[in-house]
Design a binder for this molecule. Structure first.
Ligand code: FAD
Length: 393
């Protein structure tokens, strides 16, 4: 059994754990990452999703020096069209006012590859793979993590082990959980018409259908889709052949991208949301999906995780400036206070948004259509909604 000491020990090296490790390593701390999967390799990476990076996240990625590498893989979102059932009933957002984009679409595989390229160049980061955590022990000012292959003694543990967090279960931490009893059908496809940087959000009775503009693939216009629907329906989409699938998707996308030509990848995800009752234990904090997860309707889950990372970064910097090691109870509680309410607010927004557009009552539909027209005319309100989408409000 290997034994190591580190300042900060991170459990989970996914899209949040990896970038957390990199950002903190830049302050000179010794960081360890304990990851349950095999060593990261782009050839065995199975997540075909894209992520909509908000402007707020972009600013932080730029600050820690990774945006330059991510940027070439991103397609900027210049415009968002919100469509209530029919394309004639639409609300349009752009961001001419700030002369910036509303977000950036990138494939998760590019993000993780870039983060791991950075991690592997940092001498003060050690990554352990194929890890099974056994238990945790608090001894004086330290937290000790026992696993199948390594024992890590650290000042602070960070749980970044995703929405089914082992760490949360280990500490028997109560959490709020909502099962939407729906699945998301996620696909990347090529199409005949240029998207011109437009993201579409169709609100249908069974759930939202989002189309996100991607960089061209082999010179073809390309977009990704996240379509929330009943579990049985989504399962059926996996059983039919490509031609039938394309014909269904053409109907649902109402020709906004011309004809769909080819389905490149497809995946499905069970939809749920959760928030831990607190974001800390003794000498441990929860970050990203291990703390909270949301309906992907607004594409904000990872962005909120990144806001946790930024808040942690600033707090660690503050501690470092007065010469104190991060990890004491005041530190962990302060991290919780800085981040818990933001997660609660995002849960409320995403959950209610999903509900509002599901309602089929004709009176409410009329109210919603009138609301859409009013928002279209109210520039101030439109700007506030754009700021929310950009992650800067
Ligand atoms: C369909 C869909 C679309 C989405 N689109 C967007 C979007 O456009 N924008 C956005 O901001 N968010 C989006 N999200 C949310 C986003 O994907 C997540 O918030 C993000 O991936 C969370 O990253 P994470 O690192 O916290 O968790 P994960 O990605 O789940 O990573 C957890 C890591 O911990 C490891 N691990 C697990 N258990 C253990 C253990 N016991 N010990 C050690 N390691 C362990 C795992 O192997 C993994 O590497 C979407 C979500 C879905 C479902």
């Amino acid at each position: 059994m290997k034994e190591i000491d580190s300042n900060i020990n991170i459990i989970g090296g996914g899209l949040i754990g990896s970038v957390t490790a990199y950002s903190l390593s830049k302050m000179g701390f010794n960081i360890s990452i304990l990851e349950s999967k095999a060593s990261y390799n782009e050839n065995n990476y199975s997540d075909h999703r894209t992520t909509a990076i908000s402007e707020g996240t972009k600013i932080f990625l730029n600050k820690i020096g990774v945006w330059k590498q991510i940027h070439p893989f991103c397609e900027p979102i210049k415009k968002i069209m919100v469509i209530d059932r029919n394309i004639s009933n639409q609300l349009e957002f752009d961001n001419i006012r700030r002369k910036s984009n509303l977000g950036y679409i990138v494939q998760n595989k590019h993000l993780l590859k870039i983060f791991y390229n950075h991690l592997r160049n940092q001498k003060n980061i050690t990554i352990f793979n194929n890890i099974q955590i056994k238990d945790f022990q608090i001894k004086k000012e330290k937290i000790i993590t026992h696993s199948n292959t390594v024992k890590v003694t650290a000042n602070l543990n960070i749980a970044a082990d995703g929405k089914n967090s082992f760490v949360r279960d280990y500490f028997k931490l109560p959490y709020f959980f909502k099962d939407y009893k729906k699945n998301a059908f996620v696909t990347i496809f090529t199409h005949t018409k240029d998207h011109d940087g437009t993201a579409f959000e169709f609100f249908y009775k069974n759930g939202p259908l989002a189309i996100l503009p991607m960089k061209k693939i082999k010179n073809n216009f390309c977009s990704s889709m996240v379509w929330t629907n009943n579990t049985r329906f989504v399962n059926n989409l996996f059983e039919i052949d490509q031609e039938a699938l394309i014909s269904i998707l053409n109907k649902e996308t109402q020709n906004c991208l011309g004809d769909i030509k080819k389905i490149i990848t497809k995946q499905k995800f069970r939809l749920s949301a959760h928030i831990n009752s607190k974001f800390f234990e003794k000498r441990l904090i929860y970050l990203g999906d291990s703390a909270h997860s949301f309906h992907p309707i607004a594409g904000q889950g990872w962005n909120l995780g990144m806001s946790d990372v930024e808040s942690l970064y600033n707090l660690v910097l503050e501690y470092k400036s007065i010469g104190i090691e991060p990890g004491d109870s005041f530190f962990c509680k302060k991290y919780h206070n800085n981040n818990f309410y933001k997660a609660y607010r995002l849960y409320q927004v995403t959950d209610k948004l999903d509900n509002i557009f599901k309602i089929t009552n004709p009176l409410i539909y009329l109210g919603r259509s009138t609301g859409i027209k009013l928002i279209n005319k109210n520039i101030k309100l439109k700007h506030r909604i754009s700021d929310f989408a950009m992650g800067i409000s």
